[in-house]
Design a protein around this ligand. Structure first.
Ligand code: TRP
Length: 340
């Protein structure tokens, strides 16, 4: 049996270049690298999304996100790559309930994200916020996913998933494949923790779409010319020499990082090319041109993908994955005694 790599795609409207380079791009690369030996499940956790925003845009945002993956080169025709929406596979909700009965109030209340999103456990917080990590556990365990590439903020949920799986395996025999521990996940993904694209105006911060300063962030929908201008006006420093040094020269280091990702040139090579140079303007110019070309090309590709194409991809993935999920659900239902 092939192992599975699985990840959930947050869909919430517009994305920054930072979201793209830090999340979409590495997942597409990972899929390309491993799809021949692994199942690669990329799904939209739409049930998770509604804990926060019910703004009527979920469908539209889903279409857009999947187009972003496809425009980045995700091979949706590969037989081992599965793209689907969580809510179209009811087993996610059903398994969540069963897992709920094997997780404790103590462990779920300890989740940092729960505490943050419920404002320290406020009574007015919705129960979905509390139950969120259990639904996430169901997402993972239904497909026996060993590797789950997520950001550090999700490691605690991953560990909880592992604990529940091991606990239930102990009670019922090997019904679940527990996801690998966080440290192994990091090794497998070789996820670069430093890969955080910075704010262009305040490079000591991460680039964030909630930033109110338009010049601080590049959105994937920015006009290419306008985006290039933002690079030209990015904050640097007064050192006067180009070096990769995130502490003392965060702005310059950020530009080198962006350049490497956009040109798909190893960071070490980019650093070697630029270290010791003194013209910040020349570096900005190269980044600005690379960004302009990237955005032109990307936006063109996105525009060429129709909603119909995306729906075909999703529906096919959902039909295939429903079988996998239903089979696992039945196994669990039998183990706990609600099916014979
Ligand atoms: N909670 C994840 C996030 O915020 C999204 C997600 C939901 C997920 N279910 C998942 C990620 C299962 C990996 C596996 O990014």
């Amino acid at each position: 049996m092939k192992n599975t790599i699985l990840t959930g795609v947050r869909v919430n409207g517009e994305l920054t270049l930072g979201n793209f380079l830090g999340a979409i791009f590495p997942i597409v690369q990972l899929a390309a690298k491993h799809a021949d030996e692994y199942n690669v499940n990329i799904f939209v956790p739409d049930l998770h999304t509604i804990i926060a925003e019910v703004d009527g845009k979920l469908h539209e945002n889903t279409m857009k996100s999947i187009k972003y993956y496809m425009a980045t080169g995700l091979d949706t025709k590969h037989p081992n790559i599965h793209v689907y929406r969580q809510s179209y596979i009811p087993a996610h909700s059903e398994l969540t309930w069963i897992l709920d009965c094997f997780a404790t109030m103590g462990e779920t209340s300890r989740m940092i994200q729960y505490k943050e999103k419920s404002d320290g456990g406020k009574e007015s917080a919705n129960v979905g916020i509390f139950n969120y990590p259990i639904l996430m556990a169901a997402d993972i365990l239904l497909y026996s996913a060993k590797y789950v590439p997520v950001g550090e903020d999700q490691f605690q949920h991953l560990e909880l998933t592992r604990d529940i799986a091991l606990r239930m395996n102990k009670k019922f025999g090997e019904i679940f494949v527990p996801p690998a521990p966080s440290r192994e996940q990091v090794e497998f993904m070789s996820l670069d923790e430093g890969l955080r694209i910075r704010d262009l105006v305040h490079p000591e911060k991460k680039m964030s779409k909630s930033s109110r300063n338009e010049n601080a962030k590049i959105m994937l929908s920015d006009r290419p010319e306008a985006a290039a201008k933002k690079i030209m006006s990015a904050t640097t420093d007064s050192v006067g020499k180009i070096q990769f040094d995130m502490f003392n020269q965060a702005g310059i280091s950020n530009l080198l990082q962006i350049l490497s990702l956009l040109k798909r040139e190893p960071l070490q090579d980019v650093i070697a090319r630029w270290t010791g140079e003194s013209s910040y303007g020349d570096l900005k110019q190269e980044v600005a041109v690379a960004l302009k070309h990237f955005l032109q090309d990307f936006q063109e590709k996105v525009a060429e993908i129709s909603d119909k194409t995306v729906l075909e991809v999703l529906e096919e993935g959902e039909a295939r994955m429903r079988k996998v999920a239903d089979a696992k659900l039945l196994e669990v239902q039998k183990a706990v005694g609600i099916r014979r």
